[in-house]
Write a protein that binds this ligand. Structure first.
Ligand code: ADE
Length: 229
């Protein structure tokens, strides 16, 4: 069982990369892939870069070149609901591309033409396992739809739109692209994100860098613990 682990930014992946034993490094399409083991489990870890296209490139490379059986997307996210507070953990039941919109052609907003679904289902088994791991660390989790788009959400109206249109609990910029790639390849995936901000007008303020750092650290600690259990 080989697990791919993808984060967008160095702050979201550096700690995990440094845990890889017998690490082999290779750069493909400008992305560094670090393969080896974490606590004896086969992994490949990569920092994909920000946004859906970089995330998709990375996920497809992990599948074709590294033969991963499943992919975990780790990192930070903005909360879309009251039940998910700062530094809580969002676990995907499904992912959605909130900026995909062919509704003028009569489609539901968010529909991915070709596969013809809005919500891409995530792995329930991975979600169960991560939920148990989080509980062992005393971390609060919430399962739900994670929405991705090529936008940093820092606006109450946009936040409400994404929550109300898709029933999403958290927003970020890569998870649904990874889910999309996994779906068409028949690979299991989970998006596991620690909340760094409220996705409203306060989201990009002075506190963000520090909260982002703390959330990214906690998300990686959760993944590390997942491989220990
Ligand atoms: N990642 C962390 N916070 C985010 C936000 N508010 N919007 C998009 N991606 C994020």
């Amino acid at each position: 069982m080989k697990t791919g682990i993808i984060g967008a930014m160095s702050v979201e992946t550096d700690a995990l990369k440094s845990l890889v034993e017998n690490a082999k490094k290779e750069t493909v399409s400008g992305v560094e892939f670090v393969s080896g083991t974490i606590r004896g489990h086969e992994v490949v870890v990569a920092q994909c870069g920000i946004g859906k296209v970089f995330a998709a490139i990375c996920a497809q490379t992990m599948i074709l070149r590294y033969g991963v059986d499943r992919i975990i997307n780790t990192g930070v996210a903005g909360t879309l609901c009251d039940e998910l507070g700062l530094l809580d953990i969002a676990i995907s039941t499904a992912v959605v591309e909130h900026d995909m919109d062919t509704s003028p052609l009569g489609d539901p907003v968010g529909l991915i033409s070709g596969i013809n679904i809005v919500n891409i289902p995530a792995s329930a088994a991975l979600a169960d396992a991560i939920e148990q791991t989080a509980a062992s660390l005393g971390k609060k989790t919430l399962r739900g739809v994670v929405a991705s788009g090529d936008q940093f959400i820092a606006d109450a109206a946009k936040k409400a739109y994404i929550r109300n249109t898709f029933g999403a609990v958290a927003c970020e910029m890569e998870g649904a692209a990874i889910g999309h790639v996994c779906y068409v390849n028949g690979v299991e995936f989970a998006v596991i994100r620690c909340i760094s901000d409220n996705a409203d007008s306060q989201a990009g303020t002075m506190e963000y860098p520090e909260l982002c750092r703390r959330a990214a650290k906690q998300s990686q600690e959760l993944i590390e613990k997942f491989f220990e259990i």
